[in-house]
Ligand binder design. Structure first.
Ligand code: SAH
Ligand code: SF4
Length: 382
């Protein structure tokens, strides 16, 4: 029997595991605290657990981080890790320190099946879902590494954003226990307002998340109309903007914050024109969604064929939205010297699936309208 990695369990899962070992449920809380609050992986250290339990754990369980492939630290304190998840796949996590908080950007999948045009993860294609343990391992490792690295005894990571690689709501069953572990007072004790799920718009799962584990929500909008969004975020063909905005409104009934953050990646000449800003204003008014806009400077990569909008255009766009009463921020770029920005790892990660090629083929076929020759039918042919 291979030993179970205990990072796979939220507290409820760990309690069930302890029960299977013939232990009282409350032992799970002690164990959970050792692992997540203190960063312990060696059961012999856990001296307040009975020796018999420690011995059972030694043969049935383990607490194991993901192997670190690379670690880069930026001049501004941003740290990016690339973790090995096997079979040539790697995922990233990024720590972004600010004066009043420490944010960890976490990955949910190796690759992504949504295939957004401006995203290098999307261009890699989809390899596989991460397990709960692989999602939690990014936080477990980063938090306890940083405490030592920064010589801090108290918590370093105060916020988690699910904005690394992958579409979290397409890995729902692994995501929810991972979020619960982040929120649990016996583990990281993060506030619901400080854990953000970012999604390209998997409508049914937005509804489920509201019920199962409501945390802050960011939605990657990127376009003010379906024609453009169909092209930039292909999932829009399944869940068009109107359905997405209605799901956002429903989510607000559960959300810990009273707004949804709309992310909008500014692409030169594509979605950054004055008419796009006007359409956005109209859209959120029509659907009456309480929201904030976060304009993201595009991180260009050659295969996308797209360019970053010039800063004056981004600012003009932000001004138009703000003047219409929409709270709008422009995202600061951090860790530029280490390529820590979203989806910048394509070059580092082995492209096992020749995904870029497949994407190009798919796009070409989507754009081509096949004109079938029309044969004139004459009565004689019948
Ligand atoms: N799949 C989820 C979360 C991961 S992507 C989602 O799409 O929301 C996190 C954010 O980074 C999203 O808003 C995404 O649109 C943005 N992003 C992806 N590639 C980018 C790029 N090259 N430049 C700027 N933002 C990018
Ligand atoms: Fe996937 Fe998000 Fe990238 Fe789109 S932006 S391809 S949903 S990771």
């Amino acid at each position: 029997m291979t030993a179970v990695n205990l990072l796979e369990f939220d507290l409820e899962g760990l309690a069930a595991f302890c029960e299977k070992l013939g232990e009282k449920k409350f032992r799970a809380t002690q164990l959970f605290r050792w692992i997540h609050q203190r960063g312990a992986s060696d059961f012999t250290q856990m001296t307040d657990l009975a020796k018999s339990l420690r011995e059972k754990l030694a043969t049935t369980a383990r607490v194991e981080a993901l192997p670190v492939v690379t670690q880069h630290e930026s001049k501004d304190g941003t740290i990016k890790w690339l973790f090995d998840v096997g079979d040539g796949n790697a995922v990233e996590a990024v720590f972004i320190p600010e004066d009043d908080r420490g944010t960890l950007c976490v990955s949910s999948q190796a690759g992504c099946a949504v295939g957004c045009r401006f995203c290098s993860t999307g261009h890699q294609g989809f390899s596989r879902n991460l397990s709960t343990g692989e999602i939690v391992a990014q936080l477990w490792f980063a938090e306890h590494f940083l405490r030592k690295h920064l010589k801090r005894n108290e918590r370093v990571i105060s916020n988690v954003v699910m904005m690394g690689m992958g579409e979290p709501l397409q890995n729902y069953s692994a995501l929810v226990p991972a979020l619960r572990t982040m929120l649990d007072d016996n583990a990281y004790g993060l506030s619901r307002r400080r854990v953000t799920v970012s999604t390209s718009g998997v409508v049914p799962m937005i509804d489920r998340l509201g019920i199962d584990c409501a945390v802050a929500m960011a939605v990657s909008l990127h376009a003010p109309n379906d024609a453009l969004r169909d092209d930039l975020v292909p999932l829009n063909r399944k869940y068009p903007i109107a359905e997405l905005l209605e799901a956002c409104k429903r989510y607000l009934a559960y959300a810990p914050r009273d707004f949804i953050t709309f992310e909008y990646c500014m692409l030169d000449g594509v979605n950054d024109q004055p008419e796009h800003a006007r359409q956005l204003i109209e859209l959120v008014r029509t659907h009456d969604v309480s929201c904030k806009f976060n304009l993201i400077p595009f991180n260009p990569f050659p295969a996308s064929g797209l360019l970053r909008s010039p800063q004056p255009r981004v600012l003009a766009f932000a001004k138009t939205l703000s003047e219409a009463g929409l709270v709008t921020t422009v995202r600061k770029t951090r860790g530029d010297d280490i390529d820590a920005a979203c989806g910048q790892l394509a070059g580092d990660v082995k492209d096992r699936t020749r995904a870029a090629e497949r994407m190009a083929q798919r796009r070409a076929s989507e754009r081509t309208i096949v004109l079938h020759p029309v044969r004139k039918t004459t009565p004689l042919e019948h």
